[in-house]
Design a protein around this ligand. Structure first.
Ligand code: SIN
Length: 279
């Protein structure tokens, strides 16, 4: 079971907070994983929703191989990968950056009809300080809602659209920003296909509105849910070191990348694991 009684034989699991996040020790992600070690990493991800590793020097091939243990890799709709690696998303900021990836709360590419289940970010270059990533448990935030609110939200869907976000970002970088990106209607509350837990699945980057309610109601509901999901008791904060890796479950958490280190360099690669249609 996924309960607190989970025991691990091949890895060490150190929770960051009682609610969300754990550091995993005793594994080299660049080496092929045995079945038990794979299963324990998977269990830890399900139990803690985002897991972290230290000192993982990995090539892009090793990074992709690790991701493929969890499922087929997802190709990003707006950012082409490095030469020969379409499944890799470069995450990079330096003194010329006008923006950074993930600077507002989101679940990755939730505009896709089948959004990615998880994302694995490896940073090879970190600023001397700053540049943390925050993760908020959408499962814990949902659990904390009142029963009447859960019942009300349970019947709603929301429109997610990639075009406003990716085109706005393109324009900041001086491009036309007139492309059409994926869009989809997803349940406001989704059920996790592995743990069965329910979680809030709206966030500011991609969610446009709640379907079939007046605009003012949609705005008020979304504002409430965004503020609620960001409460500190649902959040963990990860401080990166060179060669740290974060693996988050997009079905269970939202995240935000702090940009408090300009003009320093923060750089790495993300491999994203494909997922299913939310229900
Ligand atoms: C992202 O949203 O994938 C970026 C996260 C980060 O840079 O910490």
């Amino acid at each position: 079971s996924m309960s607190t009684a989970a025991t691990y034989e091949t890895i060490e699991v150190r929770p960051l907070t009682p609610t969300v996040g754990a550091e995993i020790h005793g594994v080299k992600l660049g080496e092929p994983l045995g079945n038990q070690q794979f299963q324990e990493i998977h269990d830890a991800l399900m139990a803690h929703q985002v897991i972290f590793f230290r000192d993982q020097d990995m090539t892009l091939e090793q990074h992709k191989d690790f991701g493929r243990r969890f499922g087929p890799l997802h190709i990003h709709p707006s950012a082409p990968g490095p030469e020969g690696h379409p499944e890799v998303l470069r995450i990079h900021a330096d003194e010329n950056s006008k923006q950074v990836a993930g600077h507002r709360w989101h679940s990755d590419v939730s505009c896709d009809p089948e959004p990615p289940m998880g994302s694995i970010l490896h940073l090879h270059t970190v600023p001397p300080n700053g540049g943390d990533t925050l993760f908020a448990s959408s499962n814990a935030a949902y659990e904390a809602l009142s029963e009447p609110m859960k019942a009300f939200l349970g019947g709603l869907k929301a429109r997610h659209d990639g075009s406003p976000n990716y085109n706005r970002r393109a324009r900041i970088d001086g491009k036309a920003g007139d492309q059409v990106y994926p869009s989809a209607d997803h349940p406001v509350i989704r059920t996790h296909p592995v743990t069965g837990k329910k979680g809030i699945y709206v966030s500011p980057v991609f969610t446009q509105y709640i379907c079939d309610v007046p605009e003012d109601e949609s705005k008020a509901i979304l504002e409430f849910l965004y503020a609620h999901n960001r409460k500190e008791q649902f959040i963990c904060r990860f401080s990166w070191e060179k060669d740290s890796v974060a693996f988050w479950d997009n079905r269970a958490v939202q995240h935000l990348a702090m940009w408090d280190y300009f003009p320093q360099v923060r750089s790495g690669f993300r491999v994203t694991v494909a997922g299913d249609k939310p229900y």
